[in-house]
Ligand binder design. Structure first.
Ligand SMILES: Cc1cc2nc3c(=O)[nH]c(=O)nc-3n(C[C@H](O)[C@H](O)[C@H](O)COP(=O)(O)OP(=O)(O)OC[C@H]3O[C@@H](n4cnc5c(N)ncnc54)[C@H](O)[C@@H]3O)c2cc1C
Ligand SMILES: Cc1cc2nc3c(=O)[nH]c(=O)nc-3n(C[C@H](O)[C@H](O)[C@H](O)COP(=O)(O)O)c2cc1C
Length: 444
């Protein structure tokens, strides 16, 4: 009797082991198939490919993908730097949504695309449609979109629709493109309301002159009261000079955390060659009175919002660039590692928000604070010089997974930082940082 029971339990155990083994095999096989499916997403599928500096093109691409998927059509969405020559050769239909940045250039993550795409890549089988995002105030309007289309057509691609462009994200032009897309794919029209900015009011409470003794143009911190505190660090606001939509809107980085309950900006008073104050900065820094109300619309900046909050962060900026960095610093977790490199001109007169920054330094919220003064008579420096001087610290922080945030003017500062980092780290590591979302910029 005992032997029969023992035999039975042995059989049961053996059956259990066999079942678990089969289960494991099936699980692994399904996992493998699922992986195969995600890896082979491109063959013959519709691709939506974006190149974006500040997130507009990426957002439009993702929204189009969702819209198509709701209509039962499958499409894959990817960044232009992920589109290899072999993927291009395998694809039959691609919608490109690309912005232009700098002086008629590609967005940073897509800078090497045209250089890397093989000229031996024959694209006679490929149908494309290119949407260019740009701004007519720049001389090279949508130049990257034009270059991209010209290059792909030269390699044999056919246009399923002619090149379309959108100036300054104008809602009517976007709606026109959406209608063309809806007709092309035989789907319901995409709700244009998705792209209509939502305007909200804010009241000016305080204006602080940050560099009253400086020879540089004035820099002001403005604090507004508003009920609409729903931004993320890294986002910007748009505003029409004099609250008048007849003037084209200007964009400003938000300098405060939404949890503070205040919307703050750091604005440089801009002068033209005749020393006339800029329309919008002149209005914000000089004309606007306390308690005046102003209409803002919020611009989400997915490429400059915070990531990896538990990893070290390197913040680099100059002048008004402190705005976007300050919002991030205010939201960094307790005991995080934060390195701020801040540029201005003169050490005597241009120390911005000194009490606040030194308080952050004392409490070790700022692990390092490096000031670079370009007109320091003893040691003139630009922000990128610190990256060079502190090369070992830079490498060690990056090894720990640090994320780099750069905010401020593109000419000079933004370009200089990118060039120095590329020299120090190499083109490949720079590209890999960009692809991992660890080189995040808000440059203007
Ligand atoms: C993403 C982003 C973030 C920014 N963040 C900040 C910030 O935090 N702080 C800051 O100080 N600045 C910031 N700026 C710059 C800011 O948007 C303005 O360009 C700057 O304040 C100068 O504007 P202005 O109206 O004073 O100067 P203006 O010289 O009057 O105008 C600036 C630009 O608008 C164009 N323009 C002028 N008038 C017109 C018109 N009537 N119609 C069409 N175009 C016109 C001009 O060609 C000029 O290039 C940011 C810009 C961007 C793109
Ligand atoms: C610093 C800077 C440079 C720009 N240069 C150009 C340009 O040369 N040509 C153009 O058409 N638009 C230019 N733009 C406008 C952008 O293309 C436009 O704002 C677009 O909507 C951004 O889309 P994105 O968020 O996908 O990058 C520039 C914008 C910035 C901030």
């Amino acid at each position: 009797m005992f032997e029969i029971v023992a035999d039975h339990s042995r059989q049961l155990i053996a059956a259990g082991v066999l079942l678990s083994y089969c289960g494991c095999c099936i699980w692994t096989w399904y996992g493998y198939r699922a992986k195969q499916r995600t890896m082979s997403y491109a063959t013959g599928d519709l691709l939506i490919v974006w190149a974006s500096q500040s997130g507009n093109a990426q957002q439009l691409a993702e929204q189009l993908q969702q819209q198509l998927s709701r209509a039962g059509k499958s499409a894959s969405c990817l960044a232009l730097d992920q589109l290899s020559s072999s993927l291009l050769q395998k694809s039959t239909q691609i919608i490109f949504i690309v912005s232009t940045f700098g002086e008629g250039e590609a967005p940073e993550h897509a800078r090497l695309f045209l250089k890397n795409v093989s000229t031996d890549c024959h694209l006679q089988h490929l149908n494309i449609q290119v949407l260019g995002l740009g701004d007519r105030r720049y001389p090279d309007f949508c130049k990257f979109a034009e270059q991209l289309q010209a290059r792909l057509v030269a390699q044999g691609a056919k246009l399923s629709l002619p090149l379309m462009t959108v100036d300054n994200m104008q809602a009517e032009q976007l709606a026109h493109w959406q209608q063309r897309m809806a007709a092309h794919f035989a789907i319901d029209t995409i709700e244009p309301s998705q792209y209509q900015p939502v305007w909200f009011n804010a009241t000016l409470l305080e204006r602080q002159h940050l560099n009253p003794y400086s020879n540089s143009p004035g820099l002001y911190k403005l604090r507004f009261q508003t009920a609409h505190c729903d931004w993320q660090a890294g986002d910007t606001v748009r505003v029409h000079p004099f609250n008048d939509p007849a003037f084209s809107s200007r964009e400003y980085s938000i300098a405060s955390s939404a949890t503070s309950g205040y919307l703050e900006l750091i604005v440089r008073l801009n002068y033209d060659a005749k020393q006339t104050p800029g329309q919008c900065s002149g209005w914000l820094c000089e004309t606007l009175s306390l308690n005046d109300s102003i209409a803002f619309s919020l611009c989400g900046k997915p490429n400059f919002n915070a990531v990896e909050q538990h990893k070290p962060a390197i913040f680099i900026g100059a002048g008004s660039g402190l705005a976007g960095l300050r919002a991030h610093l205010a939201e960094r977790p307790q005991f995080s590692q934060n390195w701020l490199i801040l540029g201005e001109r003169c050490p005597r007169t241009d120390r911005l928000l000194p009490e606040e920054l030194h308080q952050w330094q004392r409490s070790q919220h700022l692990t390092y604070l490096d000031y670079a003064f370009s007109r320091d008579t003893n040691t003139p420096r630009y922000v990128q010089d610190y990256l060079d001087e502190q090369h070992q610290r830079l490498l060690s922080w990056l090894e720990q997974g640090a994320v780099i945030y750069v905010c401020g003017r593109l000419q000079g500062m933004g370009r200089g930082v990118q060039e120095t980092l590329t020299q120090l780290l190499g083109e490949e590591q720079m590209q890999s940082l960009q692809q991992q979302g660890r080189y995040r910029t808000d440059l203007y």
